[in-house]
Design a protein around this ligand. Structure first.
Ligand SMILES: Cc1cc2nc3c(=O)[nH]c(=O)nc-3n(C[C@H](O)[C@H](O)[C@H](O)COP(=O)(O)O)c2cc1C
Length: 196
């Protein structure tokens, strides 16, 4: 697949088949992703893949976080239960949850560089996955900022940032593309005076 085709045909996948992706294929996808540009060659990405029974425990932590954040505020116990069971069923039906995290560099400039590199890594992973017929959805749901959730998966909120979770698996349905706006480039080809 040409790079440009992968970029343009890749879609965010919301419906996955139950079938797991072979672990060697996942390893290859993230290995390719690691060719993302990264300043000082820090390769700041780390990936934890929740799957099978691990996805159940992961889903429990997500639900705990949702409840704590008041997602079911005002609902009866029965309605809350129904809603949370629905979320759990939805989450455990996704074959893989690849959580991508990085160390928090105390230097803000370096942290921004690392975070940017991790975002490039995530998009590389999505494209490499797409080329292999594997679908992905880049998610940044609120629980990635919840210190209890972060501790629950064995990380340290003060020293780790969760950049996102890539839901992965073979697509059951591929959505129609959403059109993009024309990118407006502003060319400045003449010398100019400082604006301030
Ligand atoms: C940083 C980031 C976070 C995202 N978070 C979510 C999310 O939480 N839930 C979701 O359904 N899609 C999420 N998306 C996917 C976008 O909704 C999706 O890329 C957009 O609708 C365009 O669709 P396409 O990727 O199929 O072109 C996220 C994308 C990015 C880059």
């Amino acid at each position: 697949m040409k790079v440009v085709d992968a970029i343009q045909t890749r879609r965010s996948i919301h419906d996955f088949k139950k079938q797991l992706v072979n672990e060697a294929v996942l390893q290859e996808i993230f290995q390719i992703a690691s060719w993302a540009p990264n300043h000082r060659l820090k390769e700041p990405w780390n990936v934890m893949v929740f799957q099978k029974e691990g996805a159940q425990s992961y889903a429990d932590l997500v639900i705990e976080s949702y409840l704590k954040q008041g997602f079911a505020k005002g609902y009866s116990a029965a309605k809350t239960d129904k809603m949370m069971n629905g979320i759990k069923r939805f989450l455990i039906n996704i074959p893989h949850h690849a959580l991508v995290y990085l160390d928090r560099d105390p230097d803000l400039h370096k942290f921004e560089e690392d975070y940017s590199a991790v975002c490039a890594f995530i998009q590389n992973a999505q494209l490499a996955a797409w080329e292999r017929g594997v679908g992905a959805l880049w998610t940044t749901s609120p629980y990635i900022h919840d210190p209890e959730f972060i501790k629950g998966i064995g990380l340290h909120p003060a020293s780790h940032k969760v950049a996102g979770v890539i839901q992965m698996g073979y697509p059951a349905r591929i959505p129609e593309p959403k059109a993009r706006r024309k990118v407006q480039l502003t060319f400045q080809s003449e010398s100019f005076n400082k604006k301030i």
